[in-house]
Design a protein around this ligand. Sequence first.
Ligand code: 13P
Length: 256
Amino acid sequence: MSERNPLVAGNWKMNGDAASLDTLLDGVLSELSVLALQRCSVLVFPSYVYLGQVANKLRGTIVGVGSQDVDERTQGAVTGGVSAAMVKDVGCEFSLVGHSERRTLFAESDELIAEKFEQCKACGLVPIICVGETLEERRQDRTMEVVTRQLNAVTSRVGLAGFDGAMVAYEPVWAIGTGESATPEQAEDVHAGLRKCLAELDEDLSSRTRILYGGSVTADNAVALFGKENVDGALVGGASLKANSFAEICKAAEES
Ligand code: 13P
């Protein structure tokens, strides 16, 4: 058995409201209690405004909570900003950084994302650094070049000690929200390449770092994706908004 236990994370993006997210969580908790997971960890990533509500509800349960982003600054005159310390303060232990929607819609650079990653670590949050190529980059055969550049921007800033404990999510941009997942073979190729890239930093770090796949993961394709050696779980968007499909994906990870 791999030393890396699987992990399934639900990225709720800008969806839901106080009442519907409460109902969703009730459903998730009830489905997961039936599964009695032993190996698979489960996380959810609500919008900032619901982090406190969700963290309070999940305290003492098996489901962890994280933010979808953090500001790269610590505090002060940053209207609209939310710091890593604030996220930690309301009960979160994780944060995504560098999601492709942040890179595209908010023009976040590799360097900015590395600063956000560093802030997470400084405040005791576990960062999940998201990387992924566009369809055009894949067609140009530049996938590995792009994802290693995105990952190296972080590792070169924070170093071995600064990266330890973090996770990576490979999310090909063309697979996000399109219904067209990467094939298990495509995912495995990139995950293996990312692991090789981490091994250049440190072999042990590489073998213990979880690399999640994201992009149109569903209950139907999860088993095949999780069957691959270097796919350690999933970062799920759309299918995480329904308790039963999210739980099915957790079940697939548990049994992988
Ligand atoms: P979908 O699962 O909806 O494709 O979203 C993936 C994603 O962006 C998770 O962060």
